[in-house]
Structures are given as structure tokens and as C-alpha cells.
Design a binder for this molecule. Structure first.
Ligand code: ATP
Ligand code: ZN
Length: 225
């Protein structure tokens, strides 16, 4: 558990969510000294420490209570949740708010030269993905027997490299798929960044601070509408 009396928030270190997370903290009035390339940044005006880590580590840090809050894509949250549930380790969090950045969808795609395909085409195929749990659950729901090939990066080159028949990857504009000669198919998950909290958090001071920040967050979100 996080025994520090400072509220600990996990955000992505260098990636698509980093800038939006830093901007959001600033809009909430949290002053940070993020100049150094350090793991922890201490707020200079509130009892808050910001931990900067890989996005994949954020749900686990919050579920295990190492961090009190975290900002992460729902795609990563759902994947880690399913994996941890299977392993029988704590997988619940309190979802405080959906955020207005990090929108993407997890979609199936296959080589353009195959032309239009429906779901039944995936029967017996190999699908490369970074999200094997979400994909496996979807395949099960759809009654499709296909195998998954786990890749943590460069998923879009897997069919060309002969590693898989198709892919299931994150898409925002579709430009990367097109550049790799792939056709986008069914979306299996829509995702935004979200703010999560450790579900067992009981420290009264930390809860009071969160209660102070939440109306500000709602204000920031409304101002954007
Ligand atoms: P890390 O080094 O932290 O593991 P990463 O390479 O896994 O980084 P990023 O590519 O920085 O992750 O993406 C972080 C998150 O941004 C994704 O998990 C997703 O929620 C969101 N996102 C939004 N648009 C896209 C997109 N087009 N492709 C990938 N992720 C996107
Ligand atoms: Zn990642």
C-alpha cells in the first residue's frame, strides 16, 4: 500500500497520454516540477506526488494500492483487469471519470488484397495483437475459433512479416493501417483515457483532496464541451 501521506498519481511517462495528463494536472491547479527526467515529481503547492511510468503498469499500481490514482486508457485498464482476474489477483478499481483525450478504438484489420471479409473469415486464423485478453473474450462471444499472437509493438507489420493472418490493434485515424496495406474491420472496443482510484482508499485527507479536485475536473470537462 501507499503509506505516504501524499496523494500518489500514476501517469504515462513518454507517450500519447503524457502531454494531456500534464495539461490536465495543470488545469486542476496542481503545480509540478516536471523538468527532471525523474520517476517521481513532487507538487509544489499540494500534497501530491506524480509517478511517471509505462501505461501498462498504471492499472496494477492502482489496483495494488502503490498509487492512489491513475490516468490510463480504458483499453489498457480492461486488458490488465481481465489478465489479473484470470490470475486471481486484485483487479478492481473505482472509475472516477472518463477523460476527454486518448480516444481510440481497438479494431480488427487484414491485408487489403483480400478485399471485404466478414467475421466468419477469422475462423482458424492467427490474429496478432497487444490485447490478447480483450480479443480472446470477443472471439469467445462471437463463437469464432482463432488464435492470438501476442506482440507488444509493430503489430501492423505482422501480416506482411508472415507472423499472422490479421491484426487487432488500436486505431485513431486509420492512417497507420492504410500505410501498412490493411483494411479496417469491426471495432471490438472503444476507448478513452480515464481517471481511476484504488478501491480501498480510506485515508481521510487524501479522500478530501480528491473531493476538492473532482469538481475542478468536472469544470475543465464542461469548459471543453
Ligand atoms: P508505453 O511506453 O507507456 O508502454 P505505449 O507505446 O504502450 O507506451 P502509446 O502509444 O503512447 O502507448 O499509447 C498510450 C495510449 O494512448 C493507448 O493505450 C491508448 O489508450 C491511447 N491512444 C490514443 N490513440 C491511439 C492510437 N492511434 N494508437 C495507439 N494508442 C492510442
Ligand atoms: Zn504501453
Amino acid at each position: 500500500m501507499n503509506n505516504s501521506n501524499r496523494l500518489r498519481i500514476a501517469i504515462q511517462k513518454g507517450g500519447r497520454l503524457s502531454k494531456d495528463c500534464q495539461d490536465l494536472l495543470k488545469q486542476l491547479g496542481v503545480k509540478l516540477n516536471l523538468r527532471e527526467q525523474r520517476l517521481i515529481a513532487h507538487s509544489t503547492n499540494m500534497p501530491i506526488d506524480v509517478l511517471r511510468v509505462r501505461d501498462d503498469d498504471i492499472p496494477g499500481l492502482v489496483m495494488d494500492g502503490v498509487c492512489d490514482l491513475g490516468i490510463v486508457g480504458e483499453n489498457v485498464l480492461v486488458e490488465v483487469q481481465a489478465e489479473r482476474m484470470r490470475q486471481g489477483v486484485p483487479s478492481e478499481v473505482t472509475k472516477l471519470s472518463k477523460l476527454d483525450f486518448g480516444y481510440c478504438r481497438l479494431a480488427l484489420a487484414w491485408p487489403q488484397e483480400l478485399g471485404a471479409r466478414d467475421k466468419s473469415w477469422f475462423e482458424g486464423k492467427r490474429i496478432a495483437t497487444t490485447y490478447p485478453e480483450i480479443l480472446t473474450q470477443w472471439l469467445k462471444r462471437e463463437g469464432i475459433n482463432a488464435s492470438t499472437v501476442m506482440l507488444t509493438g509493430s503489430v501492423e507489420v505482422a501480416p506482411r512479416a508472415g507472423l499472422s493472418d490479421a491484426i487487432c490493434d488500436l486505431v485513431s485515424t486509420g492512417a497507420t493501417l492504410e500505410a501498412n496495406g490493411l483494411i479496417q474491420g469491426e471495432t471490438i472496443l472503444e476507448s478513452n483515457a480515464c481517471l481511476i482510484q484504488n478501491k480501498d482508499l480510506q485515508d481521510a485527507d487524501k479522500l478530501a483532496l480528491i473531493n476538492k479536485l473532482m469538481p475542478r475536473l468536472r469544470g475543465v470537462r464542461q469548459a471543453k464541451e
